[in-house]
Write a protein that binds this ligand. Structure first.
Ligand SMILES: NC(=O)c1ccc[n+]([C@@H]2O[C@H](COP(=O)([O-])OP(=O)(O)OC[C@H]3O[C@@H](n4cnc5c(N)ncnc54)[C@H](OP(=O)(O)O)[C@@H]3O)[C@@H](O)[C@H]2O)c1
Length: 261
């Protein structure tokens, strides 16, 4: 363990963190990191088998985690997630809204109304709806942190990613609006903006010539071309920690380059 990790160890002790879409990829890496830093973490995703597997893996590492099925687009699943989180100590400190979908790779103008609804429901509406369900239990703690997982596609859209680009830009606005609304309650809202991170979700981009060129031209040079889920986990832990207690409404990019001015 590095010196840096020793300093961080325990920064989130006695806290409860809920993470959507956390059975693999970026969500799983964040779950592991928040638990390593002392939080009790509630894992969730759509499939029971995936939840069981992720919980068992982290419990074997000695981490404090539980889990439940939660398809973020379903109100009853979100309610179940809230109940599961309350089992630990009756409140919630951190909510990481990480789950997202992109059922169609293709033109935005060729997208059916059904697909538009699905992407906006899962990627944009569900974080806000889950937060409203969770909020009374975060308010009880007096302060808290929310992280919305956006994407570098919010700044640099790829035509092939269609409506997904729009949904991720909308999350940046959601972050700002929620940060303002919740500041008086002591709840901070920030956005983690990953670049191309090597997961199942981004497989379609791994062989894409344009993204390959972007990564080559703009990103920090590494042995592995794309970012890894763990690259996002430290920022999530920092944003939850007391060291970020005066940071809210920010969108922070983890991409090996900056897509902004
Ligand atoms: N990977 C990248 O390059 C990249 C770049 C920018 C932004 N992001 C964002 O990062 C987040 C995570 O992506 P990832 O690459 O880590 O994906 P991933 O490896 O495919 O993992 C997705 C996770 O979300 C769960 N999930 C999918 N749909 C869900 C739903 N409707 N409700 C609840 N859980 C759901 C999956 O489990 P189940 O199948 O069991 O539901 C899985 O645990 C997403 O918001 C994505 O937009 C990723």
């Amino acid at each position: 363990m590095s010196d840096k990790r020793l300093i961080w160890s325990g920064a989130l002790a006695e806290k409860v963190a809920v993470i959507t879409g956390s059975t693999k990829g970026i969500g799983f890496a964040i779950a592991r990191r928040l638990a390593q830093d002392g939080a009790h973490v509630v894992i969730s995703s759509r499939k029971q088998q995936n939840v069981n597997q992720a919980v068992a893996t982290l419990q074997r590492e000695g981490l404090s985690v539980t889990g439940t099925v939660c398809h973020v687009g379903k109100a009853e699943d979100r309610e179940q997630l809230v109940s599961k989180a309350l089992e630990h100590s009756g409140g919630v400190d951190f909510l990481v809204c990480n789950a997202a979908v992109n059922p169609l790779v293709g033109s935005i103008l060729g997208t059916s109304e059904q697909i538009w609804d699905k992407i906006l429901d899962v990627n944009v509406k569900s974080p806000a709806l889950l937060l409203s369900q969770m909020l009374p239990h975060m308010e009880k703690r007096g302060k808290g942190a929310v992280i919305l997982v956006s994407s570098v596609a919010a700044y640099l859209p790829l035509v092939e990613l269609g409506v997904y680009n729009v949904s991720k830009t909308a999350l940046l606005s959601l972050t700002r609006v929620l940060a303002m609304e919740l500041a008086p309650k002591g709840i901070r809202v920030n956005s983690l903006v990953p670049g191309i991170i090597e997961t199942d979700f981004s497989k379609v981009l791994h062989k894409n010539e344009l993204t390959g060129n972007i990564v080559k031209a703009l990103s920090m040079q590494r042995q592995v071309g794309f970012g890894q889920p763990e690259d996002c986990a430290g920022l999530a832990s920092f944003l939850c920690s007391p060291d970020a207690s005066y940071i809210t409404g920010e969108n922070i990019v983890v991409a090996g380059f900056s897509p902004r001015l």
